[in-house]
Design a protein around this ligand. Structure first.
Ligand SMILES: Nc1nc2c(ncn2[C@@H]2O[C@H](COP(=O)(O)OP(=O)(O)OP(=O)(O)O)[C@@H](O)[C@H]2O)c(=O)[nH]1
Ligand SMILES: [Mg+2]
Ligand SMILES: [Zn+2]
Length: 354
């Protein structure tokens, strides 16, 4: 748990003396805050915001607040953006309030948010080195303990498409934020599980090769680039996407309680214990569906993989089953686990998932 030490866009080291302060929409460096009171109020009127030395925007108090960087990876059409959008909506409707944690959209991502409210981001354009698909930045404030503590939450979407179209455009150049991430979420759709019947695999997009390719490349990139210490602390999640498809199937059914809205606050069933109990069921499901090798790849990052099943309640196929009331808030699972591990928010008495 630490503040950002590198820019997630260009990986430049960040120090107190090399941050650039700029107004939104301008690239003029406003310099350090002046001491003179009048000059200071003029400086503040310009709405100075921190940027890295290469002028990429950073969250407020990037160097003093702890940050939580969460990345969603997986082949194109797998359901990443739907999951990320769901997180944005859940945070906006105060889904973490019962844990004592409030969420505010950071000024960094207001434009993106307005786009998503208009559902403009239907298909995601590929990340580029200068535009790395930072979807949302939130400020999470924990008021469950003594004095309030704020964490900068940055949510990146790797955008799966066209990875190989341009020779120079590699996963590594497009996703410098991946090895810096505190949470890496592999999004695994039904079509990526080899032993599922065709009607579940629904059109087969993304196919097995694309799915496996993403798991492999991401783990290699992270293992190569992250320090052993950082990797040990990483939360690695495999999130089964489009899980509504599994609801009513005869042979590959996920028990409905695994897909219901999660009660984050229920005192009779502490969250950590509930999540732990679900792991065995989810593991068995993925193994039976032929996904064991994918889990092993994800586990090669630090030996631990957390499983969750999420439905964004969006239909990608007319035969897909829609089930009202399903747990769209399960998209928050990766973040909830990270909060639990870091002791942010009030989770009752059972504590960590480890
Ligand atoms: N049935 C069902 N369909 C879903 C679900 N989530 C997403 N979809 C559909 O799957 C398709 C792809 O979803 P996206 O979220 O755009 O996938 P992506 O991983 O962001 O794809 P790229 O941006 O191209 O990398 C869309 O048609 C979605 O409507 C879900 O929970 N259930
Ligand atoms: Mg997308
Ligand atoms: Zn930068």
């Amino acid at each position: 748990m630490a503040p950002l030490s590198k820019c997630p866009v260009c990986t430049a080291d960040l120090t107190d003396s090399n941050l650039v302060q700029m107004s939104p929409g301008s690239d003029v460096d406003l310099g350090p805050a002046p001491e003179d009171a009048r000059a200071l109020s003029e400086w503040r009127r310009n709405d100075p915001r921190p940027h890295c030395p290469q002028k990429h925007p950073l969250p407020t108090d990037a160097l003093s607040r702890d940050s939580l960087v969460v990345s969603f990876a997986g082949a194109t059409f797998g359901g990443k953006s739907t999951m990320v959008r769901q997180i944005g909506h859940e945070l906006a409707r105060a889904a973490l309030a019962r844990l004592g944690v409030s969420a505010h959209l950071s000024t960094m991502s207001v434009d993106k948010w307005n786009d998503s409210l208009g559902e403009v981001i239907a298909a995601t354009s590929a990340a580029r080195r200068d535009d790395p698909r930072l979807d949302y930045a939130f400020e999470l404030t924990d008021r469950s303990g003594g004095s309030p503590r704020t964490t900068n939450l940055l949510i990146f979407d790797c955008a799966g498409e066209d990875r190989t179209r341009d020779e120079g455009d590699t996963l590594r150049s497009r996703t410098p934020f991946l090895p810096l991430s505190d949470v890496v979420v592999f999004v695994l759709p039904p079509s990526g599980l080899q032993d599922l019947p065709d009607e579940l695999r629904g059109g087969g997009r993304p196919d097995l090769v694309a799915t496996e390719g993403w798991f492999r490349e991401v783990t290699e990139w992270v293992r190569h680039e992250s320090s052993a210490e950082h990797r040990r602390e990483m939360v690695v999640v495999v999130a089964l996407s489009k899980a509504d498809r599994y609801l009513a199937h005869a042979t590959h059914q996920l028990p409905r309680p695994l897909l219901d809205r999660r009660h984050l606050e229920r005192p009779d069933a502490p969250l950590a214990a509930t999540m732990r109990a679900e792991q065995a069921q989810l593991f068995e499901f993925v193994e039976r569906a032929g996904g064991r090798a994918l889990l092993d790849l994800a586990a090669s990052i630090n030996g631990t993989v957390f499983l969750t099943a999420v439905s964004g309640l969006e239909k990608d196929d007319l035969t897909g089953v829609l089930a009202p009331g399903m747990g769209t808030n399960r998209a928050l699972d990766p973040i909830v686990i990270a909060l639990m591990r870091r002791g942010i928010g009030s989770f009752g008495t059972t504590g960590s998932t480890r």
